[in-house]
Design a binder for this molecule. Structure first.
Ligand SMILES: [Zn+2]
Ligand SMILES: [Zn+2]
Length: 193
């Protein structure tokens, strides 16, 4: 299944991609599923039904959480996230509730992931291909690939319809719900495309 795991709707002030566009155009962009990961909020759950849509598109909710040690895509059994947690605090919390964290755009200039979090095994999944990173920023992941045991995903980080589905994660098993996504992410049978 082709899933864009990193998308911002207009709930994020920086995005102009509407929920209607996500629902209506994702499949035309070649996607079977999308994860709506607005900045620090799960507001989307008040506006949309999560899971399989009538048109066959799978929509999953998560957040992109800002910390001073990097941004993290979080998926788990939660309705909201406490603001202002450190990276260590948020990673411990998501693990304790059975969720999963992905280091978003780990080598983005100005917003990199603190390497010690990867070295210490606090975060085992990295977004090695991010649609808004430059190719050279994405290529820096080669440094980690050889030293750390990490799983890799791809996400567009779309803030507009033109960006939707430009980078995806190819899952080798069906993902039809948030829980199936979490289980699949922990297992590691996927790759960025
Ligand atoms: Zn944004
Ligand atoms: Zn983002």
């Amino acid at each position: 299944m082709k899933i864009d795991i990193h998308i911002h709707s207009t709930i994020s002030p920086c995005s102009k991609l509407t929920l209607d566009e996500i629902i209506n155009y994702s499949q035309a962009c070649g996607l079977d599923g999308v994860c709506i990961t607005d900045h620090n909020t799960m507001e989307v759950q008040n506006l949309l039904q999560e899971g399989m849509q009538p048109n066959g598109l799978c929509i999953i909710f998560g957040v992109e959480y800002f910390t001073s040690d990097g941004d993290f895509l979080l998926f788990g059994p939660f309705d909201k996230v406490l603001p202002g947690l450190s990276a260590t605090e948020v990673l411990r919390w998501i693990d304790s509730i059975g969720g999963v964290a992905i280091a978003a755009h780990p080598f983005r200039h100005g917003r990199p992931t603190q390497e010690s979090l990867i070295a210490d095994g606090m975060c085992r999944i990295v977004e090695s291909r991010n649609g808004r990173n430059s190719d050279s920023e994405n290529a820096l992941l080669n440094k980690w690939r050889s030293i750390y045991s990490i799983h890799e995903v791809g996400g567009s980080d779309a803030h507009s319809l033109e960006e939707l589905g430009k980078v995806i994660t190819l899952f080798n098993e069906p993902v039809r719900s948030r829980q199936e996504l979490i289980t699949a992410l922990k297992k590691g049978d996927y790759s960025p495309k």
